[in-house]
Write a protein that binds this ligand. Structure first.
Ligand code: PLP
Length: 474
């Protein structure tokens, strides 16, 4: 008889080998090279545990999904209850049991202009929905988006993705899209006044690099959109549900988007889920007649487990004051990290909001150190953050991430339930790690030296990308 526990006990030591053989050998290789091949065996709240029960502070939190912490008991109970109730999940041609309840709850929390919810399974799918809704509602095609934006990797979402590194090699994308610099109102105005854009799609705070706009950017952008008949779409897949210290990042700027995209934290990290909030007239433009009733839909969209998890997550965020905690811990972390700018030659800026923070590194002034920096950047523009991340993991048991390709930015995206002692431990560990980077030559630079042969080898053996092949044959 199938028994998951036995299967795990028998095969857990093969985890990375199985990824290597059957899922993504390149990913397995990267994990091995960087030493991120720890088999975590348990995840509770803001922590992960390895086989020896060593505790790690997780500042990636599943790319932000575990806002309420991993394996939250209330959310787990809601999912268990949904299963034990033998609910008639996905009845399709009958009203589902829970999706209306989650829609009602979300609508009660979002700006009053948003009165209709659509449920799907991922952030990218939410953005696909926003693109289609905006086109249907305005009768226009063009989508304006921001450089360095990240909206997901399906073809529509990829067409409004600001990072070349994600789109190259996959052939033609949507053509009617226009990138503009983030936080640049005149560029936006220039595009909007052509009066042909269906939507301006923007993350209130950009996830890649963690860029926070000027205070007047989003309110003015929303006004300009209204004036030119363009829908203002807020992609709060990452910033939503407490991450920035408010339920929605839009609340920092008092804006009411025409379409709001949510995902990640909405199901406590248990079940894939996303929600798109819009108004009735947008909805009516999409589902414009009886025969278009399922013109936009997805099989698992309103599934009971995701809906139960969503309802429980919203209750937990409220009942446990998690968003206030995110604001307080975020402020404490931000203030302490900001001291690094004066303290360390290599630290240029600390930025972010709530518990979405970044430390940007840059060329040092000291001669020897600068030499090391330049040599390293000649080999690879995106390697330096590993000088922080590898020792942070190995010596201090903290998981954090690089904020994007080719940037010297370390990003912190912990669970919103971290406490003051986590914050202090994180700051002290980063301080030690960054201080060690200032010794050149020194052990930290040895780590990077150890990584460069792998990089050089991988660059040499890189096959031409499909895009290059396409252009060669065109
Ligand atoms: C702002 C934003 N939008 C969209 C996405 C895509 O979400 P998913 O990975 O669930 O497709 C992400 C994922 O990181 C994101 O941060």
């Amino acid at each position: 008889m199938f028994d998951l526990k036995t299967l795990i006990a028998e095969k857990d030591h093969l985890r990375l080998d199985l990824i290597d053989q059957h899922i993504n050998p390149t990913f397995a290789k990267v994990l091995r090279i960087l030493g991120y091949d720890i088999n975590f065996t348990k995840g509770i709240a803001q922590y992960l545990y390895d086989q020896n029960d060593n505790r790690y502070l997780d500042c990636i939190a599943g790319f932000g999904t575990f806002a309420c912490g991993r394996n939250h008991p209330v959310i787990r109970q809601a999912i268990t209850d949904a299963m034990n109730l033998d609910l008639p999940n996905l009845p399709k041609f009958a009203p589902p049991a829970l999706s209306g309840l989650l829609a009602e709850k979300l609508i009660s929390l979002t700006p009053p202009n948003l009165d209709t919810a659509y449920f799907c399974n991922s952030g990218a799918e939410a953005l696909e929905t926003a693109i289609k809704y905006a086109r249907a509602a305005t009768g226009r095609n063009r989508i304006i988006y921001c450089k360095k934006a990240y909206h997901g990797l399906t073809l529509g979402a990829l067409s409004i993705n600001g990072g070349e590194e994600f789109s190259s090699g996959f052939g033609h994308l949507l053509t009617d899209t226009t990138p503009i610099p983030f936080n640049d109102l005149s560029a936006l105005q220039h595009e909007l006044q052509k009066d042909d854009a269906a939507a301006f799609i923007v993350e209130p705070i950009q996830g890649k690099g963690v860029f926070v706009p000027d205070d007047d950017y989003l309110p003015t952008a929303a006004e300009l959109c209204k004036k030119h008949g363009t829908l203002f779409v807020a992609d709060e897949v990452q910033t939503g549900l407490g991450r920035t210290g408010k339920l929605f990042a839009c609340q920092h700027y008092n804006i009411e988007p025409d379409i709001l995209c949510l995902s990640k934290a909405l199901s406590g990290g248990y079940v894939p889920v996303a929600a798109v909030l819009s108004n009735r007239s947008t909805h009516n433009a999409v589902f414009s007649s009886l025969d278009r009733v399922v013109v936009h839909s997805t099989t698992f969209g309103q599934n009971d487990l995701a809906m139960a998890a969503g309802l429980a997550t919203l209750a937990v965020l409220h009942d446990e004051n998690i968003i206030d905690n995110a604001a307080r811990m975020g402020q404490s972390l931000h203030e302490q990290l900001a001291e690094f700018v004066d303290e360390f030659d290599l630290v240029k800026e600390v930025r972010g909001k709530g518990l979405m923070l970044a430390i940007e590194f840059g060329a040092p002034t000291k001669f020897k150190l600068k030499l090391g920096w330049q040599m390293l950047h000649k080999v690879d523009a995106g390697l330096f953050p590993q000088a922080i991340l590898v020792p942070l993991l190995k010596e201090h048991h903290i998981l954090a991430l690089v904020a994007g390709h080719h940037m010297d930015v370390v990003k912190l995206l912990p669970s919103l339930v971290i406490n003051q002692s986590d914050v202090d431990h994180l700051v002290a560990s980063l301080r030690k790690t960054i201080a060690a980077c200032h010794k050149f030559p020194g052990p930290t630079w040895q780590i990077l030296k150890g990584l460069t042969p792998h990089l050089l080898k991988s660059k040499k053996s890189k096959k031409p990308s499909p895009k290059k092949l396409t252009t060669q044959t065109q």
